[in-house]
Write a protein that binds this ligand. Structure first.
Ligand SMILES: [Zn+2]
Length: 262
């Protein structure tokens, strides 16, 4: 078992308002970021495959993309294929086919429809994962509703794609013990949070840490983040303390816009 960097992307090449800037990476930069990781010897693949590679001691980085924006097909996939990377796309099933209603101002972001998600699920280099049914923080809902919706979204995606859905990403990254129990009971093998760190060996597979990758992550900087965050040294710990917690950022955006960021 080794540490596993799990990259978290959202929009690639979308035009978004300033508040969402951190969530949008230009296609050219995505290509450079992934090429840097590939050049450093990381196999780039979807979450489920990456977890298996980690268990085998293979140096891998997982590529995950949240929300299911249409630019995944238009901009992200050509880049991913250009560098030979597979990926996991997490979609909120009841939100598909329209604008992302959880964002106050989504710019030109639109969500893929279920037929497109079904087609993507047939591609060998795309893993479809669940981002729950409705894009709300699962820990803020009654446990019964969470359990119902994560099971529903897995069933709906499996019916549409004909593939087993093994992984989920928590909307907004939030989860607690009750949420994880519902996710486990629904049959998921893994679930992604945020965490801002490389997923350490032995981490709970239902609380996989991810690194938010944004437009300011130059390739060499991303490589340093991936390597440094995996080293439990003083500098990594200092950075973790020094970095403004994601929760604060989200609270600030929420209070300013009345909506959550991701
Ligand atoms: Zn999301």
């Amino acid at each position: 078992m080794t540490d596993l960097p799990v990259l978290m992307y959202h929009s690639v090449g979308g035009h978004v308002p300033a508040a969402l800037r951190e969530l949008c990476v230009p296609p050219g930069l995505l290509a450079e970021q992934l090429a840097a990781l590939r050049g450093a010897g990381y196999a780039l693949t979807g979450l489920t495959h990456a977890l298996a590679l980690r268990d085998q001691g293979v140096a891998a980085a997982a590529v995950t993309v949240d929300d299911g924006y249409t630019d995944y097909v238009e901009h992200a996939l050509p880049v991913l294929r250009g560098v030979g990377a597979a990926s996991t796309l997490y979609v909120p099933t009841r939100e598909l086919g329209g604008a992302p209603g959880w964002l106050a101002d989504a710019g030109d972001l639109r969500l893929l429809g279920m037929p497109e998600v079904a087609r993507l699920g047939a591609e060998p280099d795309v893993e479809i994962g669940s981002h729950a049914a409705v894009h709300v923080p699962l820990d803020a809902q009654p446990a019964a509703r969470t359990a119902r919706e994560v099971a529903e979204s897995r069933r709906v995606l499996q019916d549409a794609t004909g593939q087993e859905v093994r992984s989920l990403a928590y909307p907004h990254g939030y989860h607690d013990g009750r949420v994880r129990m519902g996710v486990h009971a629904a049959g998921y093998e893994s679930a992604c949070a945020i965490g801002h760190r490389v997923s350490p060996a032995g981490e709970d597979p239902l609380a996989v840490s991810r690194l938010l990758v944004g437009p300011d992550d130059k390739p060499e900087g991303l490589l340093a983040r991936v390597r440094d965050a995996g080293t439990p040294g003083l500098s990594a710990r200092f950075k973790q303390v020094a970095r403004p917690p994601w929760r604060w950022t989200r609270r600030a955006v929420h209070s300013a816009t009345g909506r959550y960021l991701t």
